[in-house]
Design a protein around this ligand. Structure first.
Ligand code: ATP
Ligand code: MG
Length: 221
């Protein structure tokens, strides 16, 4: 269960120093196990929203409750641990570590969780996403679609309840895009999945689609 109340996030304009409100969400709830897509144009705050939800950035105010824990009340290290145990994150720009193999990248994702490292599970997951033959390849030696598969394996490594996916098919061709999306839905079959995208073909794959502007009460001048 995800529950947000009165979330605010602004960024400072680096040139003028003026504060720009990106998110102002009075109330937003996602029930456990739901698969929801959130659409929004480029720059509308989708990534900022997911970063707040995962605790990777701290909002200026408001409450974000995940499975009953108000993550805004946790210290930074407690929040990192909470995220490792409860949330799998698929980044818009992958965020794989260049110097490490696919297998090491997945195992590194396990380091911060309570269960710790488990090489055989990491191998099993990479096989599941179709990379059984690429365990020892580094990101630069993998295609973009293969890198995204590593990200999916890493995101589910700690068997989190919640998966957050930021434009997971943004850099893929239509065929790969379809494959990644169905893989994502498969690994999320017993999880809450929140995916953000501006691609209509991706949004069409979801029964529940919400426009960020429906929950984000920002009035632009
Ligand atoms: N660190 C920052 N400092 C200042 N402004 C920022 C910062 N990060 C993001 N922004 C601004 O916040 C707005 C929302 O950015 P965000 O990355 O959340 O958009 P998005 O909806 O994910 O876009 P896209 O679809 O292109 O990925 C943008 O206008 C961006 O310029
Ligand atoms: Mg984004």
């Amino acid at each position: 269960m995800i529950s947000i109340r009165d979330l605010h996030k602004s960024y400072k304009d680096p040139e003028t120093g003026n504060s720009n409100t990106i998110l102002r969400i009075a109330s937003f709830d996602v029930e456990k196990g739901k698969h929801l897509a959130i659409k929004g144009s480029s720059g509308s705050g989708k990534t900022t929203f997911l970063h707040c939800l995962s605790g990777m950035i701290t909002p200026d105010g408001g409450k974000i409750e995940i499975n009953g824990t108000d993550i805004s009340k946790l210290s930074e290290s407690a929040r990192d641990r909470f995220r490792a145990n409860n949330i799998g994150y698929i980044f818009q720009s992958f965020n794989l570590l260049d110097g490490f193999t696919a297998l090491e990248n997945v195992m590194l994702g396990m380091m911060f969780a309570d269960k710790g490292n488990n090489k055989s599970r990491a191998i099993e997951l990479l096989k599941k996403v179709g990379l059984g033959e690429r365990l020892y390849y580094k990101p630069a030696q993998l295609s973009v679609g293969q890198q995204q598969r590593v990200c999916i394996a890493r995101a589910v490594a700690n068997n989190p309840d919640i998966l957050l996916a930021d434009e997971p098919t943004g850099s893929l061709d239509p065929k790969n895009s379809e494959e990644i999306l169905s893989l994502l839905k498969e690994v999320a079959s017993d999880k809450t999945l929140l995916l953000v995208s501006h691609e209509q073909e991706v949004l069409n794959q979801f029964e529940s689609v919400l426009d960020l502007s429906e929950i984000n009460q920002i009035t632009y001048a």
